[in-house]
Design a protein around this ligand. Structure first.
Ligand code: IMP
Ligand code: MG
Length: 183
């Protein structure tokens, strides 16, 4: 069993960044845009675990198209706020993606290394199209070039929690997005 240090389990102060109503409204718009962009087609949604789960479950109910749902898990191993280098990709997509319209669903894009790694991997399967939808994007933190076709909100280089996103596995169940503050 893995253990976390006591420091990692201590609650950290945070403040509200995006409230529930604002997030809901934006996700509905994203779902409508995706529905119209892919009309008469079916889409394979590939969620990047774990941060995608809350966003994905709301978004998919606003996509009025036949969809299939797959997941890939990714962890960029960081302890707390400090990011280390390793990106570990786990799981895999069970359906063949060749000639399919594939939409990667992410919670937050930070350095963009995770989503870029997954794009390269899925591209090898020769999908008909491959795009990304992310709830949050931190363009100021990108360390590689990536085209994010759909994004909910652009935020600054700050650490956010809630709506599926964690800090040392906490706060994923908050129904809004908050930012950690140092006090
Ligand atoms: P990347 O730096 O874009 O590769 O992001 C790697 C992963 O780090 C994301 O998928 C999230 O799981 C996590 N992450 C990055 N920034 C944040 C944040 O502000 N809050 C919570 N998780 C984050
Ligand atoms: Mg995390």
């Amino acid at each position: 069993m893995s253990t976390v240090s006591e420091k990692d389990t201590v609650a950290r102060p945070f403040e509200l960044l995006l409230d529930q109503k604002r997030i809901e409204k934006r996700i509905k718009q994203l779902g409508e845009k995706i529905t119209s962009d892919y009309q008469n087609q079916s889409v394979v949604l590939v969620g990047i675990l774990k941060g995608c789960v809350v966003f994905l479950s709301d978004l998919m109910r606003h996509i009025k198209l036949p969809i299939e749902l797959e997941f890939i898990s990714a962890a960029s191993y960081r302890k707390g706020l400090k990011q280390e280098d390793d990106i570990i990709i786990g799981g895999g997509v069970a359906v063949p993606l060749k000639d399919r319209h594939v939409l990667i669903v992410d919670g937050v894009v930070d350095s963009a290394r995770t989503v870029s790694t997954i794009i390269s991997r899925l591209q090898k399967e020769e999908p008909a199209s491959l795009e990304v939808v992310t709830l949050l994007d931190k363009p100021g933190s990108h360390r590689c070039k990536v085209d994010l076709k759909y994004k909910g909100f652009t935020i600054g280089n700050e650490f956010v929690i809630g709506f599926g996103l964690d800090n040392t596995q906490r706060y994923r169940n908050l129904p809004f997005v908050g930012r950690l503050v140092d006090r």
